[in-house]
Design a protein. Structure first.
Length: 736
């Protein structure tokens, strides 16, 4: 089964609606919420329907374009392949042969019925009227591929019943290299194993929670957990370029650090190593250029390991930095000798002028630039020295960002322009630096990528001392809430992943752009427009905490910068001589998914925290609890109002915010076309992963809580009558 298989175990006595596609199964489940709708694949076995009452829902024409046939005389296909091109009578015969107690065939376009907003009651009435009971095949008639006459090389009959079964589930669990458990607790099998494992699980009746998500639930995402302290989605490796994701996930498994934290740290390190000479044109007809310059902020307690994980991300940057320092030391030694020669020549030149003798003025040697890959001494003088004579920019590391920010003169109350100096590091460009007693100099490109960490308490203290909405400093950072460190693994790191990532960074540092600038492909431009539309939509649909709109406003530059960093990483990983080519739609979309599927939720929780409104997701929790308690496979707004008083009593804007948050959190998705008048989708399907066991304890708790409330309501309604054993009143009898 590719949809609905998990419900077969949850509802063992319910009638089953067998559909030819996931879309039809989703629609059928919404129209028949008390039944179990499943989709089937021609290559999947249907053994789990043994003993069940089944209704085969068949569209007006099948994918082959021929009309469906019920109870026809056409013999079964000797190949035995049950594809959608066969008539439903073959499928009925197959189901009977597998032990189905009753099979009916319903010719009906269920997806069209849902799109027309058919009510569940009308759907039930239609099905009862039009479903046709399929005839059972004669006892001696062939009923499917398992009875087709065939023999092996030794003359023994071969069929489904006589073939050796697939190895049991335990056969794969005994092979340590054939599976791993990902961060969601989902058992993931190596390529080539899932099909066998699926059959083993179907035959043993084990939960589909043991299957890879993408194999069971199609493209449904992992739902966020609204019942935790923060509504933050789990990190997804496909948010990152492959070489980075492999490294981060491997290091996270070995060390126990949060994979998402490591990934963001690696992204910022890559941005710091890429030269600012590499730019991307944001708009095709304007000279709006962005460089690979990003700021990242890891938020978490000391137990999450912000600094140790940053040490891992910085390993190659440190190696490059040490190499450059040695090269700079050699150049400075030559410079010192040249300065001694110059000083001697200058003395002779002055002496000649004093005597009136002709003399040639000596040329003072240029001081070599004190280039560095990164600096952790975040002072204006240290950064000035690192940036002098170079256009590429620098990487700044600050383990505790709070102390750095609190030291700004703009925040301590001292007069000066230091705050503005730091803010301009985000934009880049030329900047004069005045050094008291040492003269002035001009930095060609005052630019830096910054990575650091901060504790939640320090973040709240910092927010209380400045107006975040007007300041704009915090909004320059990509925030990430890090999970506490897990127990580390005893295995060694994957050297291939380490070598590939560190080689990629080494090449990235040396790469230049072979073009004036990188251009976005048409597909990348479409993604950028989608991003702009999404930001407008979410600002209208969701009441944002203070300073959050200003953060979203900076995504216009953040997205192309992030996509450019990804493009640079991919170019270096491909061992190209230079960064060139178009910025592809795939790369742009990956960067966009990281922002709106990941960073958005981390940022929202951060701004909720600093604004003192971190409990504002209580209505969303109530709605999610109602979905779990009522086993809602789908609903419309009216049904949700009936099941959840919080949603029913909310104002219209809050209701739409809840729906939007459910969609963004991966709990639901809209079905059918929006209404022509209201412009809203009428019905919603619930993510099957909501019921895969992850929220089982919460689900049981909510069911118990509602049962207790109902019992108290009954007791209060009965009053003294009946509670003490006396005869109940007429009203009490009506409740009976």
């Amino acid at each position: 089964m590719i949809y609905g298989g998990e419900l077969l175990s949850l509802k063992p006595a319910s009638q089953v609606l067998l559909c030819a596609s996931v879309a039809e199964a989703e629609a059928a489940q919404l129209l028949f919420p008390s039944l179990v709708a499943v989709a089937y694949d021609a290559e999947e076995q249907l053994n789990r329907l043994s003993g069940r009452r089944v209704v085969v829902i068949w569209s007006g024409t099948n994918p082959a374009g021929t009309p469906p046939q019920v109870n026809s005389e056409r013999p079964p296909d000797p190949s035995g392949a049950l594809s959608a091109a066969h008539s439903p009578d073959l499928l009925a015969a197959r189901l009977y042969s597998l032990g189905a107690s009753e099979v009916k065939v319903l010719e009906w376009d269920v997806t069209a019925a849902l799109a027309d907003n058919m009510a569940p009651a009308d759907a039930i009435a239609f099905a009862k009227k039009n479903a046709v009971v399929a005839d059972r095949p004669p006892a001696d008639a062939p009923s499917g591929p398992e009875n087709v006459d065939s023999a092996d090389s030794e003359g023994n009959p071969v069929g489904e019943d006589t073939q050796a079964p697939f190895p049991p589930l335990e056969a794969y669990l005994d092979e340590p290299d054939s599976y791993y458990v990902n961060e969601h607790g989902i058992l993931t099998i190596e390529e080539g194993k899932p099909a066998h494992l699926r059959v083993a699980i179907d035959n043993t009746g084990l939960s589909h929670r043991s299957l890879p998500v993408e194999k069971v639930y199609g493209d449904w995402p992992q739902p966020s957990n609204p019942f935790e302290g923060r509504l933050i989605p789990a990190f997804k490796p496909d948010w990152m370029p492959e070489v980075l994701a492999d490294f981060a996930m491997d290091q996270a498994e070995c060390t126990g650090f949060d994979a998402g934290m490591l990934a963001l740290q690696c992204v910022i390190v890559a941005a710091g190593l890429a030269s600012d000479e590499i730019t991307v044109r944001v708009r095709p007809n304007q000279r709006w250029l962005e460089s690979p310059r990003l700021w990242g902020m890891i938020i978490g307690s000391p137990s999450c390991g912000k600094s140790p994980s940053l040490n891992i991300a910085m390993r190659e940057a440190k190696r490059l930095n040490n190499k450059i320092i040695e090269e700079t030391r050699a150049r400075k030694a030559d410079y010192d000798l040249q300065m001694k020669v110059y000083e001697a020549q200058e003395k002779a030149y002055i002496a000649a002028l004093t005597k009136g003798e002709p003399a040639q003025k000596p040329m003072k040697p240029d001081r070599p630039a004190d280039n560095q890959v990164y600096v952790d001494d975040i002072t204006k003088d240290a950064i000035s020295e690192a940036l002098r004579g170079s256009y590429r920019g620098v990487l700044l590391r600050k383990d505790e960002l709070a102390g750095w920010i609190e030291g700004f003169d703009g925040y301590t109350g001292n007069k000066g322009n230091e705050r503005q100096v730091w803010l301009e590091l985000y934009n880049g460009g030329e900047r004069p630096i005045n050094r008291i007693g040492r003269g002035n100099m001009v930095i060609e490109n005052w630019s830096a990528s910054i990575i650091g960490g901060i504790q939640p308490d320090a973040l709240m203290r910092l927010a209380g001392r400045l107006n975040m909405a007007e300041d704009g400093l915090i909004q320059r950072f990509l925030p990430y809430w890090a999970l506490d460190k897990r127990d580390e693994s005893d295995r060694a790191e994957n050297y291939d992943y380490v070598r590939r990532w560190e080689s990629c960074l080494s090449r990235l540092y040396a790469m230049r752009c072979s073009l004036d600038h990188i251009v976005m492909s048409e597909g990348a431009q479409r993604v950028r427009q989608e991003a702009n539309d999404w930001i407008k939509k979410i600002n209208r649909a969701v009441e944002q905490p203070p300073a959050m709109p200003e953060f979203l406003a900076k995504w216009g530059s953040m997205l192309p910068r992030l996509a450019l960093v990804y493009h640079c990483i991919e170019s270096a990983d491909a061992v190209r001589e230079a960064v060139d080519g178009e910025l592809s739609e795939e790369t742009m979309r990956r960067a966009w998914r990281f922002l709106h599927e990941g960073i958005y939720h981390h940022a929202r929780e951060m701004y909720l925290l600093v604004s003192g409104t971190s409990g504002s997701n209580a209505p969303l929790k109530s709605v999610c609890a109602a979905i779990l308690a009522n086993d809602m496979q789908g609903f419309d707004r009216t049904e949700l109002s009936q099941k959840c008083s919080t949603y029913r009593t909310a104002i219209r804007a809050k209701k739409e915010e809840i729906i939007f948050s459910l969609i963004e959190g991966g709990w639901i998705r809209g079905l059918g076309n929006p209404d022509k008048v209201t412009k809203q989708v009428g019905r919603f399907a619930v993510n099957p992963l909501v019921f895969d066991g992850r929220f089982e304890r919460r689900r049981a708790y909510e069911k118990t809580l509602r049962a207790e409330r109902l019992e108290r309501m009954k007791m209060n309604f009965h009053g003294a009558d009946g509670a003490d054993g006396s005869a109940p009143s007429e009203m009490n009898q009506g409740l009976g």
